[in-house]
Design a protein. Structure first.
Length: 182
């Protein structure tokens, strides 16, 4: 399996979760949720605020295509079948201020395609945001209680043009983790 670039996905579904809690509580909370869900942590870097989980099998067998449709956009196959699907999480915890943190979750979804002649290949699947929303909701319930739910996306959120940042020369470095505080 090829090495993946961290935070390679372009879509943010659902949008990042901005919270009025310290970095430490957010960092420890998301690690706890991932470990309680039996994910191994492949890498973590507090300075960059990044966590990468292990892959977990979502489905295998004859109903795999239907299960892929629940979490991603399944490409149609004419020369084979889907035999297995797996996913992993990439989490970014950003320190905004002493008591404000932004949590962003990405999921990497791969499906194993087996051609009729026997060759197999892992294909990247575009996410629908269900896995990301599930992890953020589970995290919120762990920290804030069972009544937590994700805020509804504002009308036209996905239709708006992105906010453009100034040229990289003018950009001020971000503070990501407590190790990088001035």
């Amino acid at each position: 399996m090829p090495q993946r670039a961290l935070f390679a996905q372009e879509k943010l579904i659902p949008p990042p979760l901005r919270m009025d809690i310290p970095f430490e509580a957010t960092w420890n909370g998301i690690l706890l949720v991932l470990m309680e869900d039996d994910f191994d942590i492949l890498s973590q870097d507090r300075g960059k605020g990044s966590i990468l989980s292990s892959f977990r099998e979502y489905s295998s067998g004859p109903l795999t295509e239907g299960h892929i449709n629940k979490i991603g956009e399944t490409p149609k196959l004419v020369d084979g079948e889907w035999v297995r699907v797996q996913y992993q999480y990439e989490v970014l915890v950003e320190l905004i201020s002493e008591r404000e943190t932004v949590l962003t979750v990405y999921s990497n979804i791969e499906a194993l395609k087996r051609e009729f002649l026997g060759s197999e290949d892992w294909i990247k699947i575009e996410t629908t945001g269900k896995l990301e929303a599930d992890l953020l909701t589970q995290f919120g319930k762990t920290l804030f209680g069972d009544s937590f739910s994700l805020p509804e996306a504002k009308e036209g959120y996905r239709d708006r043009d992105p906010v453009y940042l100034p040229d990289p020369v003018e950009r001020i470095p971000r503070i990501v983790g407590p190790e990088r505080l001035p």
